[in-house]
Design a protein around this ligand. Structure first.
Ligand code: GUN
Ligand code: FE
Length: 449
């Protein structure tokens, strides 16, 4: 048994941010949280981890959408919009993952890097290749990262050198799931059904994947309504059906589904997401870098849709979810400006209320932790510090700044409550910090950094 004692923050919902200035968390030898409280009294056989004044504990970051192979081209080729970007850079790169050695090298790199940046759980897209995607799952296990790992399915509108037939895609997916079950023995890493997007699939393939997902209640991930050109092409392929209905008719919108982007979802589609329990992975860095659009996540949340944050590496250039928090705040502020300036745009990105209050940093931390856990349907296991959940946590040390460690509570001498003083450290980390401030990282109670 271990007791972590000191400043602790976590969330209970979008608008419930919990601060324990003098808190403690008891974690048993299986990595489960057995007690959370304040003013710790030391028990027998408990190893004490006493945080110092400049430190606090928060839940690990959850990246609800990341393409592991694209880590190899991160920061490159961001001069095109989605469909051209896929054809010119991404598909040729992903085709190289037929080579397991190449894949292994990149996958080691991506898992180590994201983990060091505080991503205790990621939902990964691999490539079309079954074997190298299994290598990705093994790599996550080897480094102790919690993960969902999907073999990508694509049977059309991809280049000849990187495409499957419908039959192949279904067969390889089934084999992937079988091999996953026999090879991947960690409870932290699970498979996820991964049609790339409607454009690269047929109705038949989507339906087969929906059936497979249903057969064993598998997790599902894909892309939706990311880019106007993409949406137009999608509608032309599926007889004008709405993007959400294409997936729903195939049985792919479930309470274990996470769809990336959703920038241009229409009201009826948002309703369908809420009704089916489908979540959105908000990828603000990617939506900006690929010139896709501004996603109004507050609109989604208000309408009952669960939202997490995704890096969408390498459409998004940020590898760190902490950086994505800042990009999400930027996008939300920009939506506020649009409203204020009464630039109406297409209407599709217009906000739902006149007095638009942008996302704040506490809500963004919720999206990066519990929101992500809910989006990936693992909020019964991780996402915050609730008794019974597993201890996925970051020990943040704000005294490690390469910059002055001053806080207003000391400089201007006004009365700051103990909670407000903790929040100053949290803001320092979120707005000015980086991975140098992440002193320790825990996944299921095990220290991985
Ligand atoms: N839509 C289909 N594939 C992709 C991808 O790799 N990245 C992004 N951002 N969107 C996609
Ligand atoms: Fe993506």
């Amino acid at each position: 048994m271990k007791a972590f004692v000191g400043k602790i923050v976590h969330t209970k919902s979008l608008n419930e941010f919990v601060v324990l200035p003098n808190g403690y968390i008891l974690v048993d030898d299986n990595g489960k949280i057995t007690e959370v409280g304040e003013n710790y009294v030391k028990g027998n056989n408990v190893e004490l981890v006493q945080l110092n004044d400049g430190q606090f504990l928060m839940p690990g970051f959850i990246d609800s959408h990341i393409h592991a192979p694209q880590f190899a081209q991160n920061g490159l080729g961001l001069d095109m919009e989605l469909l051209d970007w896929l054809n010119n850079y991404t598909f040729p790169l992903e085709s190289k993952f037929a080579d397991k050695d190449f894949a292994s090298k990149i996958y080691k790199n991506v898992v180590k890097t994201t983990l060091a940046l505080g991503t205790t759980m990621a939902s990964y897209f691999g490539t079309n290749h079954r074997e190298s995607t299994l290598v990705l799952a093994e790599t996550a296990v080897a480094h102790g990262q919690r993960a969902l790992v999907g073999k990508v399915c694509s049977c059309r509108n991809c280049p000849d050198f990187y495409v499957e037939t419908e039959e192949e895609s279904v067969r390889e997916t089934k084999l992937y799931l079988q091999q996953f079950e026999s090879q991947i023995k960690s409870p932290l890493v699970k498979p996820i059904i991964t049609p790339r997007f409607a454009i690269s699939c047929t109705e038949t393939l989507l339906k087969s994947l929906g059936d497979i997902a249903k057969s064993r209640n598998y997790h599902i991930q894909s892309h939706i309504s990311e880019n106007l050109g993409e949406i137009e092409f999608t509608k032309s392929l599926y007889g004008g059906k709405s993007y959400a209905n294409i997936y729903n008719d195939a049985g792919l919108l479930t309470n274990k589904t996470v769809m990336a982007h959703g920038v241009f979802l229409e009201d009826e589609e948002v309703k369908l997401f809420a009704k089916t329990g489908t979540s959105v992975s908000h990828c603000p860095a990617s939506n900006t870098m690929l010139s896709s659009g501004l996603c109004d996540v507050l609109r989604l949340l208000k309408n009952g849709v669960t939202v997490g944050l995704g890096t969408d590496v390498s459409g998004g250039n940020c590898v760190s979810i902490k950086d994505v928090i800042l990009r999400a705040l930027d996008v939300s502020h920009h939506l506020e400006f649009i409203k204020k300036q009464e630039i109406k745009g297409t209407g599709k990105i217009s906000t739902t209320q006149d007095d638009y209050v942008p996302l704040n940093y506490k809500q963004a931390i919720y999206l990066a932790t519990l929101g992500g856990a809910s989006a990936l349907s693992v909020d019964n296991v991780v996402g915050n510090f609730e008794v019974g959940k597993e201890f996925d946590a970051l020990l943040i040390d704000t005294s490690l700044f390469p910059m002055p460690n001053f806080v207003l509570s000391e400089m201007i001498g006004q009365n700051f409550s103990p909670e407000e003083k903790v929040l100053e450290l949290v803001q320092k980390f979120i707005f000015n910090g980086d991975d140098r401030n992440i002193l320790k990282i825990f996944v299921a109670g095990k220290q991985v950094k």
